[in-house]
Design a protein. Structure first.
Length: 155
């Protein structure tokens, strides 16, 4: 295995608040997350600190509708089900992790190792004494990512 890339964790501030949270993917499977974060394989995470700021805006949604491919038509139908208000936005959490797996580092200003561990409450902690080195992708290049993402969907 070359590396594992996950949408996982919360290290610092994110769109939802000024402090890290027990991120959903980690909190639902704390023992499993602890095993993954402590394993000896190369691990890269795309945390809430990055993904929560990348949301599908109205102009981008309109571009999907205009593309009118079977995939974009299906996605638009799903978006109508998921977003119950005009101000609702789809946050591209997993899509950012997939883009990192496809193009390492391309869509982030920084992807640097931090010593991380998962605590018993599901928080992803920076811990210099007990953490393992994990590459953490921060500061998303939103516009570059969105151009890539929308281009892939419209093919």
């Amino acid at each position: 295995m070359k590396r594992v890339v996950l949408m996982s964790g919360s290290i610092a501030a994110n769109y939802y608040g000024p402090a890290p949270v027990a991120e959903w993917n980690v909190k639902l499977a704390i023992p499993e997350a602890q095993a993954v974060y402590s394993a000896r394989w190369p691990l890269t995470i795309v945390p809430l600190d990055s993904t929560s700021y990348v949301r599908l805006e109205d102009r981008e949604r309109a571009a999907l509708v205009k593309a009118s491919t079977p995939l974009t038509t299906a996605l638009e139908a799903l978006l109508r089900l998921w977003t119950d208000q005009p101000s609702s936005r789809m946050t591209l959490h997993d899509q950012m992790a997939l883009a990192e797996a496809q193009h390492p580092g391309r869509f982030f200003r920084t992807c640097e190792p931090l010593p991380l561990r998962v605590d018993d409450q599901g928080f992803t902690r920076v811990d210099k004494s007990a953490g393992r080195p994990v590459s953490v992708c921060l500061e998303p290049k939103r516009e570059e990512f969105m151009a890539h993402f929308l281009g892939q969907l419209a093919k």
